[in-house]
Design a protein around this ligand. Structure first.
Ligand SMILES: *Cc1c(COP(=O)(O)O)cnc(C)c1O
Length: 398
């Protein structure tokens, strides 16, 4: 059976050209970039070239890029690193209710360290209101962290306006851009971003490597101490094969891939909208090019997922990070969805490899599986029975 991989917000397939570039580093450029011999010098050159590539993609200077072990570490380093280093300026910090756990958990930790945290909500489309954000800002606010594209519902925030607001109030702006990197236009200067987190494995690069953009002049408390690599902010021998793979993956990005994905995304949203009692989660218009997030009443997302898995189709219910717990997705809750409205949710995330044939096959399987599950649903049957029976007849109630 062929695998149809539609879980690209969780991770992506590594591009073969990336594998080859990495393999070459493992076999031939294995010197330590800190070593003074030629092999080390060669590694240092590769490291610097990779840094240049990543920096260019977001409009930064290469000495503003710190390589890390991924999005999680970048978020931790940005948020905890900035707050610990700058707490004399103030101890009030703001984030949103729909952030990735890598951000939310940092704020939770800081709240145990004497920081005062405000969590801004979102409207039913998933947007942070600038007006409400402005109201939360205080004299002692030092950091605002609002993600660019959401990893569950794909909503893209207006980071230009958020960045402007932060700049006008002299507050540092961090954004988790793991889902938007290479998909949305990012320019740290035009968008007034001070700290930005990205990860390689969401863009067809390797797992375990990421980067943090740190605007020149910003001090961070290091996440680990040691040999002083990465401007003493992140010691440890650099993961050169991973870093070269990350840069290669970034170079391979073709803007037309985003247009292709967006077209398939819209087609899929249109087709799935023909199923009754369904809703789209998150703004229809401002969503990242590869994200489809829908809910179907009277079905369990987990059952739907397992039936589709039997057909070789991989996708997610809610968020990959919380699928092991049965509690409602914090993102859908923030949109104002009731738990029973969130049960039957699917997150379908495409990649440049996704074809129209795969999408057609998947749409068809979703339709038939939703029908099948609804026939078995006690709630659906009860509601249908209720509709059929005249008002006032309560024989169907126990
Ligand atoms: C995947 C993801 C992360 C975590 O990145 P890792 O490289 O897996 O640590 C953080 N934020 C968002 C929005 C993500 O999608």
């Amino acid at each position: 059976m062929k695998t149809i991989y539609l879980d690209n917000a969780a991770t992506t397939k590594v591009d073969l050209e990336v594998v080859n570039a990495m393999s070459d580093v493992y076999s031939n450029s294995y010197g330590n970039p800190s070593s003074l011999h030629q092999l080390g010098e060669n590694s240092k050159k590769l490291l610097n070239q990779s840094r240049e590539t990543i920096a260019k993609e977001i409009g930064a200077k290469s000495d503003e890029i710190i390589f890390t072990s991924g999005g999680t570490e970048s978020d931790n380093l940005a948020i905890i690193g900035y707050c610990l280093s700058n707490q004399k300026k103030g101890k009030h910090i703001i984030t949103s209710k729909i952030e990735h756990p890598a951000v939310l958990e940092c704020f939770k930790y800081l709240s145990t360290q004497g920081f005062d945290v405000d969590y801004i909500g979102v409207d039913s489309n998933g947007f942070v209101s600038l007006e409400n954000l402005n109201k939360l800002i205080r004299e002692d606010t030092i950091l605002i962290s609002i993600m660019h594209a959401n990893n569950e519902i794909g909503v893209v925030q207006d980071i230009v306006r958020i960045g402007n607001l932060c700049k006008s109030k002299n507050i540092i702006f961090h954004t988790d851009a793991v889902q938007s990197f290479t998909k949305e236009h990012i320019d740290v200067n035009l968008q007034n971003i001070d700290l930005l987190s990205i990860s390689a494995h969401k863009v067809h690069g390797p797992k375990g490597v990421g980067a943090l953009y740190v605007r020149k002049g910003i001090n961070l408390t290091p996440s680990q101490l040691g040999g002083g690599q990465e401007k003493k902010i992140r010691s440890g021998t650099e993961n050169l094969p991973g870093i070269v793979g990350f840069a290669k993956a970034t170079e391979l990005v073709n803007k037309s891939d985003n247009q292709k994905m967006a077209k398939l995304r819209d087609y899929m949203l249109d087709e799935l909208s023909k199923i009754e009692s369904m809703r789209i989660n998150g703004s229809r218009k401002n969503r990242v090019s590869n994200n489809v997030h829908v809910s179907f009443d009277f079905v369990e997302g987990e059952s739907l997922l397992l039936y589709l898995d039997l057909e070789g189709i991989c996708m997610s219910t809610g968020s990959a990070c919380s699928s092991s717990s049965l509690s409602q997705s914090h993102v859908l809750a923030a949109l104002g969805r009731k738990p029973e409205e969130s049960h039957g949710s699917l997150r379908i995330t495409l990649s440049k490899y996704t074809t129209k044939e795969e999408i057609d096959f998947t749409i068809n399987k979703i339709k038939t599986t939703v029908d099948k599950l609804r026939l078995m649903s006690p709630i659906k049957n009860k509601q249908d029975a209720k509709k059929a029976v005249s008002a006032g007849d309560d024989h169907h109630h126990h």
